[in-house]
Design a protein around this ligand. Sequence first.
Ligand SMILES: [Zn+2]
Ligand SMILES: [Zn+2]
Length: 371
Amino acid sequence: MVETRMIKAAICREFGAPLSIEEITVAPAGPGQVKVDVEACAICHSDIHFIDGAWGGRLPAVYGHEAAGTVAEVGDGVDNVAVGDRVVISLIRSCGSCPGCAKGMPVTCTGRFTIDKTRPLTDANGDSLVHGLKTAAFAEEAVVDASQVVKIPDEIPMTSAALLGCGVITGFGAVTNTAKIETGSDVAVIGCGGVGLNAVQGATIAGAAQVIAVDIADDKLAVAREFGATAGLSAAAPDMADQVRALTNGAGVDYVFVTVGAKSAIEQAFSLVAPCGAVVLVGMTATGVMIEVDATAIAGNSQRVLGSKMGAGRLPIDIPLLVSLYQDGRLKLDELVSKTYPIEEINGAIESVKRGEARRNVIVFGNQPGS
Ligand SMILES: [Zn+2]
Ligand SMILES: [Zn+2]
């Protein structure tokens, strides 16, 4: 039995306000759970949506869900990892038996988990904190269901491994799991941040003929070319759809991946897609955002609209695949890390993400064994 100790965490006490760095305790790993010494946790736009109150929810909460670290404790019945293992932590959680899990879609798992009832996080006053995004990894320790962790080899830096659990699997999996693009497809990716770059490299690895990156920022288009994009177009250009058609013999692309959660970007996607093509919605908008599309054009052109949550990821399959692609030098991970910050500077790191400066800003915890 490992003693609980006070650890540092970033707490959201008020939507839209800076996070508060405080000492908290994390309960020991219960049956079927794992406690991880967090060594790296990236800042994802989903964290920012929650911090800003775009998706509601209760407070105070600890967010952070794109993480990696070393297993410190395993609860009864855990057999996929052991103490000392280096792991990726994801918010994808699988009960294994609900309809979503049975379909091989754990991202839609509706199972019940004891960790949701036990409230594992407590602040210095003894008050309970919300276990945000089922993970709460903006903290030196995280306790999660065992299905949320996957062992990784020693060679991957923790800062790079952390990205696998959300940004990489979300962008890459949208291409390979959700859309299952055919070799030779023409693809457009709208938004070239952390998720978009992974859609770009996913499409490249999956054998796309053309990967057209679309973003409002020229510097992001340049980076997208480093990740495999064959062309980069400004999202702000009034003739952008014409430019896409000029690149595709007038047809448009077979797949458009919209990695930003913006109404305008989603609506723009429908002007780029070819007959029989698909628009894949990857980025999440704020709750309640509605889009307007030409329904006749979709039906008349036999087009599809696909939702892709977390890249339809299945951690025990996708994480080892992504790791092997990284080890083969085919998947860029280290290049996705813009900057690392200590937890005390998390608010500056978040502001930098909001300004659009970062591929991924990563919080690192320097006092962990083995880091
Ligand atoms: Zn995320
Ligand atoms: Zn389930």
